[in-house]
Design a protein around this ligand. Structure first.
Ligand code: ATP
Ligand code: MG
Length: 198
């Protein structure tokens, strides 16, 4: 057999396996996607996927659990889109904050908004950005979050980002991506830049 024929045979076998898998995956429903890990690309991936949804006319919402820099590029780009609602947690947890009670109140306010969104079937994509931190710091109890996620409308996708995910969320997620930090420009002295970090 020539090299070309061997290659063709191998590709045909591969295609058969993939076609069979595709034929088996027929269910259409909302999925819960977790984006975790120390590498760069979690929030931007979630918002990229949201852009995909919006491109298909699907109404979406972003809820930022950590109030970082206010005017990020993504906020400036998406905020006026008629299919996108963008919420930033009230006075907000920031890395500088010292007031734990205030953080807990802000987390609870954000959670109240999340519950509203999770009960509204007109939203087909929800991004809960940096929500995972709320569990790490015990600002939110996990049980009601799991329950609300499980009872959400069948067509609704949810993406949650954060470096460390609680086990309970991983247990109910459909897709989990762990973004590994191999290298980051920051460690070579490159500062946080508009269009890259925010
Ligand atoms: P992005 O918003 O670029 O998708 P991210 O959501 O994965 O990043 P976070 O953990 O939310 O990253 O961190 C927020 C900020 O820290 C981002 O501006 C990001 O560029 C930066 N960052 C992410 N990972 C690293 C890292 N390993 N070292 C230094 N800075 C990082
Ligand atoms: Mg992020």
């Amino acid at each position: 057999m020539t090299e070309k024929q061997t290659h063709e045979q191998r590709m045909a076998r591969k295609k058969a396996v993939i076609d069979e898998r595709i034929a088996k995956a027929t269910e259409e429903r909302g999925v819960l996607i977790l984006l975790k890990g120390n590498g760069k690309g979690k929030s931007s991936s979630a918002l990229g996927t949201m852009a995909r949804c919006v491109g298909h006319g699907k109404k979406s919402a972003v809820l930022q659990f950590i109030k970082g820099r206010k005017e990020t590029g993504e906020f400036l780009f998406f905020r006026d889109h008629p299919l996108i609602d963008w919420y930033v947690m009230g006075h907000g947890f920031t890395w500088e904050t010292q007031d734990k009670q205030q953080d807990i109140e802000a987390a609870q306010q954000a959670w109240a908004k999340a519950v509203e969104l999770l009960q509204d079937p007109s939203y087909e994509m929800l991004v809960f950005d940096e929500m995972a931190y709320m569990f790490k710091y015990n600002y939110l109890p996990l049980e009601p979050v799991i329950e609300a996620l499980q009872n959400r409308p069948r067509n609704q996708h949810v993406m949650i980002t954060g470096r460390v995910m609680p086990q309970g969320l991983e247990d109910i997620a459909d897709t989990i991506s762990n973004i590994k930090d191999e290298r980051h420009a920051f460690r070579q002295g490159v500062t946080s830049q508009a269009g890259i970090e925010y």
